[in-house]
Design a protein around this ligand. Structure first.
Ligand code: UD1
Length: 433
């Protein structure tokens, strides 16, 4: 199992380029199941979850070519010979977003056999809302031996009102509705930019969709979709992580190839905390003037403060004067980074869904354990300001969603290196964000 060794104390200076959004790339790859023609996606990040999705599609009989570097981080997916509409437990357990194939498979092939994801490090994370929505579109759902079987000759348009806002649920149902017969109205939808990006791709493929990016989406089903070429939006969580890295390290960092409009709640909050951020076209410059002030956050669905930035924000406010309250409203068990930050010297008290962080406390390097994707990022951020050396174990979590993170950090002056274990052992990756 790889580890990161980080020596803190360097302000981050220079320019860092943001990759494509993992959470937009995953549904876009699943959307390729909806057509027999090739779908070409650009700006695909080179991260582990993308490799998992590639394996998932290939196991079904899809042809998936992935090229990085000069090949523009491009993938070409062709599902004309798809023969096994199934997602095995082996793959679903390493990446919950595998359930995104459910909607497109029933819509296109009339059948999907997909493993139930089970719990994960940050909470229960059921998929009941995906299943209820598919039933509303006429699918027959059965569950047996840990698998969901969904069948329909052809899905029929319907009226879906989500009991709770769900990002991948909205995406899954959107992909089901585009090939359903008749009109579908979906209410209480997630408004995340990744949902809008998926809709943009589907529209290029010939789908009739209105309202994606708002809470009400209308779909007019079509009989078939064609291939398309699409560029994935920038990763707002990777951008946010580097912006906080610039702030926490007392640096001056230019974060490029991002979309500042997707970062509004974070950037507004950072200004309150006393970080100078300048939005400029496709980049954000972050300048730390020192003297950070405590400020509370509550995680919410987009456009609120993202749960995927909560852990990184918590690391930042350990360095702010005063008490900050962080309330996690989306997932019930997403404070596992707090105990590791405490081991580095932070003062954090957890009360149910609230964490109270008392700052500013000096941090010191320690051996810590990454528990999920974003928690690992917060430990890297804390390590950047810690005195001495921090060793972060289980960085396979971070590799799921951040492309070449140590190279990017080194490029702006951080002292970070990856070390492997002498005796490799079998790793069981736990599913999470
Ligand atoms: C997506 C993101 C993840 C992010 C999360 C919240 C992807 C691949 N992942 O995850 O990075 O942290 O949104 O912004 O895009 N819920 C149910 N029943 C369901 C579905 C969800 O009760 O059928 C609950 C969940 O347990 C959770 C809440 O709804 O409490 C929101 O989850 P959801 O938006 O579905 O998260 P994901 O789409 O899995």
């Amino acid at each position: 199992m790889d580890k990161f060794v980080i020596r803190g104390g360097n302000p981050l200076l220079g320019t860092v380029r943001i990759s494509g959004a993992k959470n937009a790339a995953l549904p876009a790859m699943a959307a390729a199941l909806l057509t027999e023609e090739p779908v070409i996606l650009e700006n695909i990040p080179q991260v582990r979850d993308i490799e998992t999705e590639r394996k998932l599609l290939v196991a079904m009989g899809a042809e998936v070519e992935l090229g990085y570097g000069r090949a523009q981080h491009r993938t070409t997916i062709n599902c004309r010979n798809l023969n096994t509409p199934e997602a095995s437990y082996e793959l679903v357990k390493t990446m919950r977003a595998s359930t995104l194939v459910l909607g497109p498979l029933v819509a296109k092939f009339g059948r999907a056999h997909v493993s139930l994801p089970g719990g994960c490090a940050i909470g229960a994370r059921p998929i009941d809302l995906h299943l209820k929505g598919l039933e509303k579109l006429g699918a027959k759902i059965t569950q047996e031996h840990g698998y969901v079987e969904a069948r329909a000759d052809r899905l029929k348009g319907g009226h879906i009102v989500f009991d709770k806002i769900t990002v991948t649920g909205t995406e899954d149902l959107l992909m089901a509705a585009v090939l359903a017969e008749g009109e579908t109205l979906i209410e209480n939808c997630a408004r995340e930019p990744e949902v809008k990006d998926l809709a943009d791709l589907l529209i290029k493929m010939g789908a009739k969709i209105e309202g994606a990016g708002t809470s009400t989406i209308k779909v007019k089903g079509v009989a078939r979709l064609r291939g398309a070429k699409h560029r994935i939006i920038p990763d707002r969580i990777e951008a946010g992580t580097f912006i906080i890295a610039g702030a926490i390290s007392g640096g001056d960092l230019m974060v490029t190839n991002c979309d500042p409009n997707h970062l509004t709640s974070l950037l507004n909050k950072l200004e309150e905390v006393g970080v100078k951020v300048t939005r400029n076209g496709e980049s954000v410059r972050v300048l730390s003037l020192g003297g950070l002030k405590a400020s509370d956050i509550v995680t919410e669905e987009y456009p609120g403060f993202p749960t995927d930035m909560q852990a990184q924000y918590m690391a930042l406010v350990t360095q702010a004067d005063g008490s900050s309250i962080v309330t996690e409203n989306i997932f019930e068990n997403r404070f596992m980074h707090a105990q590791e930050l405490v081991r580095m010297g932070a003062s954090i008290k957890i009360e149910g869904r609230r964490a109270i962080i008392r700052g500013r406390t000096p941090l010191s390097g320690a051996a810590v354990l990454a528990s999920d994707l974003r928690a690992s990022a917060s430990l890297v951020l804390a390590a950047l300001v810690a005195e001495g050396e921090t060793i972060i174990d289980r960085v396979y979590h971070i590799d799921r969603g951040y492309e070449r993170i140590e190279e990017k950090f080194r490029g702006v002056g951080a002292e970070i290196r990856r070390i492997g274990e002498l005796l490799p052992r079998k790793v069981h990756v736990q599913a999470h964000a």
